[in-house]
Design a protein around this ligand. Sequence first.
Ligand code: TNX
Length: 513
Amino acid sequence: MTGVQVLAGPPSAQAVTGSTMGGIVPQPVTVQPDTTVAYPLTASTAIHTDAASGAAAQIGAALAAVLRPSTGYALPVSSTTTTPASGISLLLSGAPASVGAQGYQLDVTATQVVIRAQQPAGLFAGVQTLRQILPPQIEAASVQPGPWSVPGGHILDYPRYGYRGAMLDVARHFFTVAQVERYIDQLSQYKIDYLHLHLTDDQGWRIAVNGWPDLTAIGGATGVGGRSGGFYTQADYQALVAYAAARYVTVVPEIDMPGHVGAALSSYPSLNCDGRSAPVYTGTEVGQSSLCMTQLPAAESFIDAVIGQLAALTPGPYLSIGGDEAHSTSASDYATYMTWAQQDVVRHGKKAIGWNQIVGSTLQPSTIAEDWDTSGSDPALAAAASKGTGLIMAPANRAYIDQKYTASTVVGLTWAGRTDVRTTYGWDPGGYLSGAPASAVAGVEAPLWSETATSTQDIDYLAFPRLPVVAELGWSPQSGHDVTAFSQRLAAQGPRWDVQGTRYYHSGQIAWP
Ligand code: TNX
């Protein structure tokens, strides 16, 4: 089944349900409302989960944890070996093959809500959709009056791309475990399934590496503008990885090199060609630092320790080695170094991701390039893609959510252009890179660099509403791309963010309710 169908219901639908299937982001593949029925969520509703799956039980418990505070209902969760006739059921049987590993089928009748999937990830995605067809107050942390009615109908849904990413720069400004967990909660609601953590840069080194304590003691001490720094212990990082995994988000750690290494150079004299520690850098220029290639064995043993330890701490398949803006590294040193680093990632059992420039080295068959170029024309990258290199699309003038929305936006950079909702929405990830086959595109990503973002409020403001825009580009079929319909669905998210305390940018391009 391809294409998006939304069959509009009669006006009485609003009266029956109090909410509709018409405000979901990202747009499901198929939505068929049945406005003649609705499921009333009441004090006697129970949640049933597939007895064959511990993961289903955990997803049921997570659903109950969302629904209990606002409804005040007990919502008991129990496992079932049959197909229940009432309540909310999360089942790993009976879903059509077309839903794949991450999709689901959701059916709402007068007597029950049934989510079916092939895999737990699909049940989790279906639960996120269920949240969005309940009234916004369902997200409240305290008991609300209700009534709680789930609109009737049928949804069949699965993603366009397997990789739907959000990148958070914790190097320029450090964000605590709690702040990152909050972001994970937010992005998992939009079916984002990868969190790329930019862990190191000139201004900060944010991950503890055994045997290299000064990386965090010195390199982690500050951030842009000399603000206080911070870092994750390896236990912190593992906790973040586990928190994300419970929300079907896979962490992709990034160690940026051979440029963007100022924090490491200020921590260890041996990584500098002159044998002296570089001064701590707190500005926002890029391209001034480089690992010392005349000391390549030292750089290699350092990076092997970092990559090896991160690989061991990371269950996900990817490890990003950056590779962007190495303006202080010669092209031949860059090629030598990035070729070796990719081999090292593979030796440690992972697949390397690198920014566009990584095509200036010898690519491993498993390497994925992340395209941040704003022109849509990068012949070297397109040639690599034609030969099999996968692409993650993150063109800065479309997908960088650290850019200002408009001239009057206070937080944010402007180098890639100002990007409000329509600019972020108005491109096709499958056709953006000229000369690259659409089949090379593994997905999309929304990077949030933190030169100007220093607080949870800043993250909220920059990411909302643009993160859900990129989420829709990654999940929903291109055939349903329609800025008017999308804007209406995005508007319906506003009241949810209000209830959740997400301080979003009230874009003038959207008619918020
Ligand atoms: C470019 S594009 C960068 C980052 C900056 C960002 C700010 C790329 C891979 N690198 O170093 O933080 O712009 O928007």
